[in-house]
Design a binder for this molecule. Structure first.
Ligand code: ZN
Length: 305
């Protein structure tokens, strides 16, 4: 059976649409809410809440770095066609302001981190200046706030879908509750004095605060600036002094720096963590839930003595 949904008063009644001279593909896409998410992790959360009612375009794809993205003309087209746009906020997508202006989009913009208590820290490159950590999705409690904001944003642009968005988000939030228990159990299985690792950039502050692990990184909360020789020397001293057992690579950063640090210190390379992007669909972190599971499996594997 063909189901049609109306959006913004422009949809046609089912009977009319069936005889309209449009292809099936066009027909379906015109009935759906066109949503844009800035990066893959956010896109997956939007997909879980919006389900079949949405046609989702993601700007920064799998394994992409959302901090330093260069938008393409195709991205401007996606925004121009959007009915609703989802962004992380907290300074992650610095490139969005120009892209939004260039695209001329009038779609409402939903900030998924609205209501989250942001982590603030001193900018190592500019002492005295605070920077905001954008990686709130790494705390599942915060991811639940993303889901609530996505649900409310979708209901606002597509009130006819309210019951669907509410049911989808409730089901997904229940899965996140289970995931949270899994993560806490996995961390509890690691001896407390081994709950400290090195990553390339400071992407796991929310994870560390939520679940009790120390993450130390030569790069700050953005990947924009390269670490200085001094930063790298500091990390090497810290690994030796604090007996940090493992370093982890990230799917969005160049592995060579940490490979060098591991080589110099004898620290084990624990594996690859997915920090700011999902994997390709066939990879180990194709969804947010799979990503969190993959990360805790890798941490437990390397750190349980
Ligand atoms: Zn990051």
């Amino acid at each position: 059976m063909i189901t049609r949904r109306t959006f913004g008063g422009i949809g046609l009644a089912a009977g009319v649409a069936l005889f309209a001279p449009v292809s099936a593909a066009q027909d379906v896409s015109q009935g759906k809410v066109k949503a844009v998410a800035t990066f893959s992790i956010l896109g997956d959360l939007v997909r879980n809440v919006g389900g079949e009612r949405l046609e989702i375009a993601t700007l920064v794809g799998p394994n992409g770095d959302a901090h330093v993205y260069s938008p393409s003309p195709a991205d401007a087209k996606k925004l121009a066609a959007a009915n609703v746009v989802f962004v992380n906020g907290l300074g992650l997508e610095g490139w969005m302001t120009r892209l939004v202006a260039a695209s001329g989009t009038k779609a409402p913009m939903i900030v998924a981190t609205k209501g989250i208590t942001a982590r603030r820290m001193e900018d190592e490159d500019k002492p005295g200046r605070a920077v905001t950590d954008p990686h709130a999705w790494q705390s599942i409690a915060d991811a639940k706030i993303y889901v609530a904001n996505i649900r409310d944003g979708l209901i606002a642009v597509d009130p006819a879908g309210k019951a669907v968005y509410e049911a989808n988000s409730a089901a997904y939030l229940a899965k996140l509750d289970d995931l949270e228990k899994e993560v806490k159990a996995a961390i509890a299985s690691i001896p407390p004095d081994r709950r400290k690792i090195i990553t390339t950039h400071d992407a796991f502050g929310y994870f560390g605060a939520a679940y009790g692990m120390a993450f130390i990184a030569p790069e700050g909360v953005s990947t924009e600036s390269e670490p200085s020789a001094k930063d790298v020397a500091k990390i090497i001293t810290q690994i030796r002094k604090q007996k940090i057992p493992a370093v982890f690579l990230e799917n969005v950063t160049d592995p060579r720096l940490l490979q060098r640090i591991a080589h110099e210190t004898g620290a084990v390379i624990g594996g690859t963590l997915y920090s700011d992007a999902l994997s390709e669909a066939t990879g180990p972190a194709a969804t947010y839930i799979d990503m969190m599971r993959h990360n805790i499996r890798e941490l437990a594997k390397a750190l349980i003595g």
